[in-house]
Design a protein around this ligand. Structure first.
Ligand code: SAM
Length: 339
């Protein structure tokens, strides 16, 4: 039975973080020198993830996205993919990755039944990549993207966080690169989420600015019908498409059907949420599927958050979640929640 919240938003899409560890240190996500990690013994096993997916699917979830941290760091991820892909209730099984380890895993993930891959790629310039991520891994990421294209994924997407003065000069180059590898690029507005301790409103390049840059190069672009995806998609005069995710300047809370499960089983309703529902404890204490479903239904049916819209209303210069809070609770970090 589909479940709706107070704003008639269905519970539909679940993002599952499989690790809080990452092999990059992006300035907009993990800029600090050190981090507090989730205790290893708290990480959900594949069986536990499967059990929670079976709690969510009868309530309407049919889209899963595996994320992290960097999900490809999780050992034997393809086994989890195989287990989730085998569930009839799962109509869409996607993965978000930074691509560093994708070259060695793309074919196996495809064979395991993964439907779609999104690779985060912010720049095509090696030095800029090193400055942005603090790792010299651009070549590995590009190899990963080639491997994903060769493995035959039907839908390959590239996600780019656009930051003023950093990579906003690469919008056209990234569209052209996407075209060359058969991928659609989606430009994401820089968000003031937990962990983005260097965020300032001045660094945000708005959807309007991005469209102006793109139209200056290609001519008028046509908006395409909005699906339930977070991106608004556009058509270039030459037939190529791209997307913009304007979570910061034009949030889309009313259309949000997403929720998130951290690698240790905390269920979050919103990227901006400061608390979540711990599903690991009741699961490990022996709660039945029906009991967990009652818990999930009770939480979702009274959901009334609009995190990104509320953040926009605050119009503050300082970041929403200060570093001292992040140090106390890893669950507030974007790399723990999965993006
Ligand atoms: N490691 C994987 C990856 O790089 O795609 C998955 C996790 S990452 C947290 C998921 C997405 O969140 C990435 O596309 C990343 O660019 C995005 N992200 C992280 N911090 C962000 C921020 N402050 N604003 C906008 N997007 C952000």
């Amino acid at each position: 039975m589909p479940l709706f919240d107070r704003f008639e938003r269905p519970l539909r899409s679940l993002r599952i973080s499989v690790t809080d560890r990452c092999n990059l240190r992006c300035q907009y996500c993990m800029p600090e020198a050190d981090y507090v990690w989730l205790p290893r013994e708290n990480l959900l096993t594949f069986e536990e993830i499967g059990a929670l997916v079976d709690v969510f699917t009868p309530l309407g979830v049919d889209r899963l996205r595996i994320t992290g941290g960097e999900p490809l760091l999780r050992r034997d991820l393809r086994v989890l993919v195989e287990q989730l892909a085998a569930r009839h209730a799962v109509a869409d099984l996607a993965l978000t990755t930074n691509g560093v380890l994708l070259g060695g895993q793309a074919a196996a993930l495809r064979a395991a039944g993964l439907h779609r891959i999104t690779v985060s790629l912010d720049t095509l310039d090696r030095e800029r990549f090193r400055g942005l991520t603090r790792m010299d891994e651009l070549a590995a990421v590009l190899r990963g993207i080639d491997a994903a294209a060769a493995a035959g994924f039907a839908s390959l997407k590239l996600d780019t966080v656009v930051i003023r003065g950093v990579n906003d000069g690469e919008i056209v180059a990234l569209i052209e690169y996407g075209r060359s590898v058969g991928a659609e690029v989606r430009f994401i507005e820089y968000m003031d989420v937990g962990g983005a301790t260097r965020w300032t409103p001045h660094a945000v390049v708005s959807r309007r600015e991005m469209l102006a840059t793109i139209e200056a190069q290609y001519g008028t672009v046509l908006p395409l019908d909005r699906s339930s995806a977070p991106a608004d998609r556009y058509l270039l005069p030459d037939g190529a498409t791209f997307g913009i995710i304007s979570s910061t300047t034009e949030p889309f809370c009313a259309a949000c059907d997403r929720s998130r499960l951290t690698a240790d089983g905390v269920w979050l309703l919103c990227l901006y949420a400061t608390t979540g529902t711990d599903l690991r404890r009741p699961l490990r204490a022996g709660a039945t599927r029906e009991e967990l479903q009652r818990l999930v239904a009770a939480v979702w049916s009274v959901r009334s958050d609009r995190g990104a819209e509320e953040r926009l209303g605050m119009d503050r210069e300082t970041t929403l979640i200060p570093l001292r809070h992040l140090k106390k609770d890893a669950h507030l970090e974007m790399h723990t929640r999965g993006g």
